[in-house]
Design a protein around this ligand. Structure first.
Ligand code: LMR
Length: 390
């Protein structure tokens, strides 16, 4: 039977980790998978997480099962940070998920069970979005996320929503758009919220980078505008980036609705999907986040660490933007883009030349994780880019 299986290509993004690790050149530069790096090129565990882990070690008295919803203390502790301190608590319920990917999978599976047929999504997007939609068996309808000028294309979203049919879900990136770094502006969100409401589609907001753009509150602006305008929505959340918990897989799936009965039933559906998929999410990272958010001093420490990440990424973006023009590439817009990612208009040959000649690793789409650039390698990267694109 097994010989009938079709070969599968390795996940292109995750394959970069191995390719980069295998490169013996000490000057190699990793701009691939989305992990934050310090100015020294490391991805350390947050100090606040280490402190919470110590607390966990001392105080956790059981590792007995929690259930398919995971740590509800964690799920609820995030609510004011994500939805706002004054959000109507009766409208929202959630459950823990294994990372942002698990949360997106739960959201799309629940939408499918509710009758969703099609996901409307701006492209380019995080490649796994399309893979998850396909795995759940829904149709994908795409629209262009960016204008030729490199701004977020509100008109393309407007047209996609105008064309929407019953059973459609629109997937929106809450902030730090992956892969372009081009977010909707607050003024655009002000238009998007009533537009989504008028279209009648179910919004699914993927918020995987809250705090890496302009701050926890500012990065939730779009999500909060949309949720204030619509009767129901789904939210996929990740703590993998803003708490640096990548491999611990810490995410949450939230349902927002004015209908209390539908809320309970949606969560019950989420729980049965979880049970048949991973049974229960991994506990450790979520428990650490719960401890941080339940302690003012640890919350302050974590906020400070998140601030330092933003400040460093702003410096990197400033330096990249200062390069102005590298051959045909206009670098100036990178200064205003948000989060870990930006996209460079490079051909497959140029991306391969960067890898082979200069040891620079980036996604095949031209996406670069700007956090892979440090004071020690940014000039090398700019020179390499000039070499292949200049
Ligand atoms: C990325 O886009 O690089 C990250 O979100 C890692 C992943 O799971 O793809």
């Amino acid at each position: 039977m097994l010989e009938t299986l079709k070969p599968q290509p390795a996940d292109a993004l995750l394959a970069l980790i191995k390719l980069h690790n295998a490169d013996p050149r000490p000057t190699k530069i990793d701009l691939g998978v989305g992990v934050y790096r310090t100015g020294a090129g490391d991805t350390p565990v947050f100090g606040a997480i280490k402190a919470a882990e110590r607390l966990l070690l001392e105080t956790q008295d059981s590792k007995a099962y929690l259930g398919p919803e995971g740590d509800m203390g964690f799920v609820h502790a995030l609510i004011p940070h994500v939805f706002g301190a004054d959000f109507n608590r009766a409208r929202v319920e959630g459950m823990q998920a294994p990372g942002g990917t698990g949360a997106v999978r739960l959201a799309i599976e629940v939408a499918a069970r509710a009758g969703a047929k099609r996901i409307i999504m701006g492209t380019p997007s995080w490649p796994n979005h399309a893979q998850i939609v396909a795995a759940v068996g829904l149709e994908l309808k795409t629209f262009k996320h960016m204008t030729a000028e490199g701004t977020a294309d509100l008109e393309a979203l407007r047209a996609a929503l105008a064309d929407a049919a019953p059973g459609d879900v629109v997937l929106l990136h809450g902030c730090c758009h992956n892969p372009t770094g081009v977010d909707y502006t607050p003024a655009q969100w002000d238009e998007i919220a009533p537009m989504v409401a008028a279209s009648g589609v179910l919004p699914l907001i993927d918020l995987a980078y809250q705090g890496l753009g302009d701050g926890m509150e500012a990065d939730a602006y779009g999500l909060r505008q949309v949720l204030a305008a619509v009767p129901e929505a789904l939210v996929a959340y990740s703590c993998d980036k803003n708490f640096g918990l990548y491999r611990d897989r810490v995410g949450a799936f939230y349902v927002v609705t004015d209908n209390a009965e539908a809320l309970a039933i949606a969560m019950a559906n989420g729980a049965t999907i979880a049970r048949a998929s991973w049974s229960m999410p991994p506990d450790h990272g979520a428990a650490a986040v719960r401890l941080i958010l339940g302690d003012a001093a640890l919350t302050a420490q974590w906020s400070q660490e998140l601030f330092a990440m933003r400040a460093r990424m702003a410096e990197v973006r400033e330096r990249l933007a200062a390069a102005q023009q590298i051959g045909p590439i206009n670098m100036a817009p990178l200064g205003a883009q948000k989060g870990l990612f930006s996209m460079l208009p490079l051909s497959a040959e140029q991306i391969m030349a960067l890898r082979e000649r200069h040891g620079v690793y980036m996604a095949g789409s031209g996406r670069v994780n700007i956090a892979g650039l440090t004071t020690g390698n940014i000039e090398t990267f700019i020179a390499a880019l000039a070499d292949v694109a200049g």
